[in-house]
Design a protein around this ligand. Structure first.
Ligand SMILES: Cc1cc2nc3c(=O)[nH]c(=O)nc-3n(C[C@H](O)[C@H](O)[C@H](O)COP(=O)(O)OP(=O)(O)OC[C@H]3O[C@@H](n4cnc5c(N)ncnc54)[C@H](O)[C@@H]3O)c2cc1C
Length: 309
């Protein structure tokens, strides 16, 4: 059985990918490549990797700079699968590795299975409207996986395995300047309750109403893609969907969002979805546990009254 590699920018994500590798094959050796120091590599071992390499990042270096070294090692070691996280940087690495290895990549692959020399799995097509099943007998196959795709195995510090370091190649892309990001400090991926806003809000000042409701509910505020990407009313990391964040809150309250497939994809694992939309035919209504047909200008005050008593 050939190895399965996992490549991740941090330990929590490496742990998810290791769990993914264990689900795909009980027998394969799992080799982890993780940004950080020896402690990070040992953490990957504790989560189930057979061996691990730390990829320490010099201050002016970029994570993508490891790609040539990873590609050379993959050509020699010929892993059956390389699992990578769907973080932006890891997606870059996945694309570059696929090019250097001339290997296929299952982007956000689901249901990946490995049987003999064949790898099969699903990827989304048509912006998430359909899933495509494919299989390949390529020597090495790349798969990107989301942070919530697998439940990590708890760390067991008594596990042992070989630990090494992979050198970054010279001439790799370098950081020339850093600018602080204009972002809110919340992480909607971790929030138990999320209030999300869409184009049903026509003025950025109106988002304050949603924020007030979110505060009363102890929720974080998220949005649909146009609110972040086109209007720039909220930071990009706040939008939910196939090209944004995929989240699993206990409660997802979508206000003024139509519920297109690309948005719904990001909340398919939410426990309870409540949609507020003035259009009785809105798609979100068919895909929610509860829905309220109404103008948010009336619904938000009514919900606030109900929550605050
Ligand atoms: C490849 C691809 C990837 C994409 N990825 C994403 C993604 O990751 N995330 C994402 O969100 N989108 C994504 N999109 C865009 C997606 O298809 C939709 O266009 C987008 O989600 C629509 O955003 P919206 O629901 O806010 O706006 P709209 O579709 O314009 O819906 C606004 C809704 O608000 C309702 N409304 C209006 N006024 C009120 C009011 N006063 N009170 C209550 N309701 C009101 C309307 O009835 C309407 O249903 C993607 C598209 C493509 C092609």
């Amino acid at each position: 059985m050939r190895d399965i590699w996992v490549i991740a920018e941090d330990l929590p994500w490496a742990a998810v990918l290791i769990a993914g590798a264990q689900t795909i094959s009980k027998e394969a050796n799992i080799v982890a490549f993780i940004n950080g120091d020896e402690a990070a590599a040992k953490g990957a071992i504790a989560h189930g990797a057979s061996s691990a390499f730390s990829l320490p990042l010099p201050p002016a270096a970029m994570w993508e700079g490891y790609t040539p070294a990873l590609a050379e090692k993959a050509k020699t070691d010929k892993p059956a699968l390389i699992l990578l996280s769907t973080s932006r940087r890891c997606r870059n690495v996945a694309g570059m590795l696929a090019g250097l290895l001339d290997a296929p990549c299952f982007s956000e692959g689901k249901g990946i299975s490995l049987s003999g020399d064949s790898v099969s799995g699903n990827t989304m097509v048509f912006g998430g409207l359909a899933a495509k099943n494919s299989s390949t007998t390529a020597q090495t196959v790349l798969v990107t996986m989301g942070a919530k795709d697998f439940e990590p195995t708890p760390a067991d510090a008594s596990r042992s395995g070989a630990v090494g370091t992979l050198p970054i190649c010279s001439g790799a892309p370098a950081v020339v300047a850093r600018k602080p990001k204009e972002a809110q400090s919340v992480n909607i991926g971790e929030a138990a309750r999320v209030v999300s806003v869409g184009r049903g809000f026509s003025d950025p000042a109106d988002l304050e109403h949603a924020r007030t409701l979110a505060k009363a509910l102890g929720a974080e505020v998220a949005c649909s893609r146009p609110i972040a990407e086109f209007f720039k009313w909220m930071p990009e990391e706040c939008y939910v969907g196939i090209s944004g964040q995929q989240i699993k809150p206990q409660l997802y309250l979508a206000i003024g969002i139509s519920g297109q497939a690309q948005h719904l994809y990001g909340v398919r694992d939410a426990k309870t979805i409540v949609a507020v939309n003035k259009d009785p035919e809105a798609l979100f209504h068919q895909n929610s546990d509860y829905y309220i047909v109404g103008d948010w200008k009336e619904v938000i005050p009514a919900l606030l009254k109900a929550v605050n008593g």
